[in-house]
Write a protein that binds this ligand. Structure first.
Ligand SMILES: *Cc1c(COP(=O)(O)O)cnc(C)c1O
Length: 395
C-alpha cells in the first residue's frame, strides 16, 4: 500500500485510481520521489529495482526522451542534458583531464569552438583545431597525450562534410576517442556509431524537438564504463534537464521523421530553385552536384542530407540587407530546426566576432546566408525567396 494513503495530509496520493492509463506520457515535475519503506529504498540504491530518488539524478520524462534517442542512434544508456552545450560539456569535461589534448573540427558550433579555444586551455587541457575533411591535417596535430577528436558531420554554415570514416579509422589506429556532434544530420540521415564513433552528442533544441520552445541536449558513449562517467559527471555538475522541457521534446520527437523528410525535400527543391536565380552567386547543399564534398556526402549520408541550405548573393551587405527585409514571413534568427524557415546571416551574427580575414578563409562573405528550411509549402517558399532575391538585386 502506498505510504501516502495512510494519512499524510499535505501530500495525499496525487493521482485518482484508474484501471486504464494515459496515452500521453504524464509530466512528472516532482523533484523528489518517496519510498514506501526503508527496504524499498535500499533495493533501489543497490540497483535491485529501478526507481527515482531526486530529479537531478534522473527523472521519468528525461528517461523517455533518452530511450527514444537511444533507439534512433542504435545505442543504450544515453543521457539527456539541459542544453546541447551541456552535452558538449559532459563529453569534454566528463572524460578529459588536465594534461590531455583534444582536436576539434575547425568549423565546430560557435560555443564548442569557444570551449576549445578558451575554457579547456584554462583548465589545462590543450586543444588544436583542424579541417575534419582532411584526415592528414587532423593526424598532423596528434600528440602522445591526444585523447579525443570532436567533429560535426556537416559543418555550419558552409555545409562541408567531414571525413567521418577516415577519422574513425585514424582514431581506432591511434587509440583516440572519436566524438561526433550529430545535431545537423540527425540519426535520420546519419548514425555515427555505425561509422566508428565512440561518443555521440546532440542539441535536441534543434530539429529533434523541432519547435523552438525547448533547450535540451543528449550525450552517449558506446562503451558502458565511459557512459557511466558521462552520467555521473552530468548528475554531479547539475546538467540535468527540466521535466517540462523533456515532455515537450518527446511531443516534438513524435513527428520528427515526418518533419525531417519534408524539410529535407523542400531544402533540396529550394537549393535547385535558388541556383537558377540571377543574383545568386552560389548555392551550398551537401548532395548537390556542385558541392565540393559531393562524393563524400553521398557515401556518408546515402541519399539523405539535411534541412539546411546556404547561398551567396551578389552585391555584398546592402543587397543582403535588402534581401532580409524583403523575405516576408521568414524569421531572421540565428537558430535552426524550427517548423518555420529561419534565415541567418553569419557575417553579422554567428561569425560576427571573426575578423574579415577569418571569414574570408571560411568563404563567409557579406552576401552569405544560411537557411534552415521548415515545413512551409515548398512552392510558396520558392516564391518568397525568388521575390526577395529580385528585390535585393534591384535595390
Ligand atoms: C545548437 C548547437 C549546439 C548547442 O546546442 P544548444 O542546445 O543551443 O546548447 C551544439 N552543436 C551544434 C551543432 C548546434 O547546432
Amino acid at each position: 500500500m502506498n505510504r501516502n494513503s495512510k494519512g499524510s495530509i499535505i501530500r495525499p496520493d496525487p493521482l485518482p485510481e484508474s484501471a486504464s492509463r494515459p496515452v500521453v506520457t504524464p509530466l512528472s515535475p516532482s523533484v523528489v520521489y518517496a519510498s514506501d519503506t526503508p527496504d524499498a529504498l535500499d533495493d533501489q540504491y543497490e540497483g535491485r529495482v529501478h526507481g527515482y530518488t531526486y530529479s537531478r539524478e534522473g527523472h521519468p520524462n528525461a528517461d523517455v526522451v533518452a530511450k527514444r534517442l537511444d533507439a534512433m542512434e542504435g545505442v543504450q544508456g544515453g543521457w539527456v542534458t539541459g542544453s546541447g552545450m551541456a552535452a558538449v560539456t559532459a563529453a569534454l569535461l566528463g572524460i578529459l583531464k588536465a594534461g590531455d589534448h583534444v582536436i576539434g573540427g575547425n568549423q565546430l558550433y560557435g560555443r564548442s569552438l569557444r570551449m576549445m579555444k578558451e575554457d579547456l586551455p584554462r583548465l589545462g587541457i590543450a586543444t588544436s583545431l583542424a579541417d575534419p575533411g582532411d584526415v592528414a591535417a587532423v593526424a598532423a596535430h596528434i600528440r602522445p597525450e591526444t585523447r579525443m577528436i570532436l567533429v560535426e558531420v556537416v559543418s555550419n554554415p558552409t555545409l562541408r562534410v567531414a571525413d567521418i570514416d577516415g577519422l574513425a579509422e585514424l582514431c581506432r589506429e591511434r587509440g583516440i576517442l572519436f566524438a561526433v556532434d550529430n545535431t545537423f544530420t540527425t540519426p535520420r540521415a546519419f548514425r555515427p556509431f555505425d561509422h566508428g564513433a565512440d561518443i555521440v552528442i546532440h542539441s535536441i533544441t534543434k530539429l529533434l524537438a523541432g519547435h523552438s520552445d525547448v533547450m535540451l541536449g543528449y550525450v552517449v558513449a558506446r562503451e558502458p564504463a565511459l557512459n557511466e562517467r558521462l552520467r555521473v559527471f552530468s548528475v554531479t555538475t547539475g546538467l540535468t534537464p527540466s521535466p517540462f522541457d523533456c515532455w515537450l521534446a518527446e511531443r516534438g520527437m513524435l513527428s520528427f521523421d515526418l518533419r525531417f523528410d519534408r524539410a529535407q525535400s523542400t531544402a533540396i527543391a529550394l537549393a535547385d530553385h535558388l541556383s537558377g536565380l540571377s543574383g545568386v552567386k552560389r548555392v551550398l547543399y551537401p548532395t548537390r552536384d556542385d558541392h565540393p564534398d559531393r562524393t563524400r556526402g553521398d557515401a556518408l549520408l546515402k541519399g539523405q542530407g539535411c534541412n539546411m541550405v546556404s547561398f551567396e548573393l551578389e552585391g555584398g551587405r546592402a543587397a543582403a540587407n535588402a534581401f532580409t527585409r524583403a523575405a516576408e514571413g521568414l524569421s531572421f534568427a540565428p537558430t535552426l530546426g524550427d517548423v518555420g524557415t529561419t534565415l541567418s546571416h553569419p557575417a553579422s551574427s554567428s561569425h560576427r566576432a571573426l575578423t574579415a580575414e577569418e571569414r574570408r578563409e571560411l568563404a563567409i562573405s557579406e552576401g552569405f546566408f544560411r537557411v534552415s528550411v521548415g515545413l512551409e509549402d515548398p512552392e510558396k517558399l520558392k516564391e518568397v525567396f525568388e521575390l526577395a532575391v529580385s528585390e535585393a538585386m534591384s535595390a
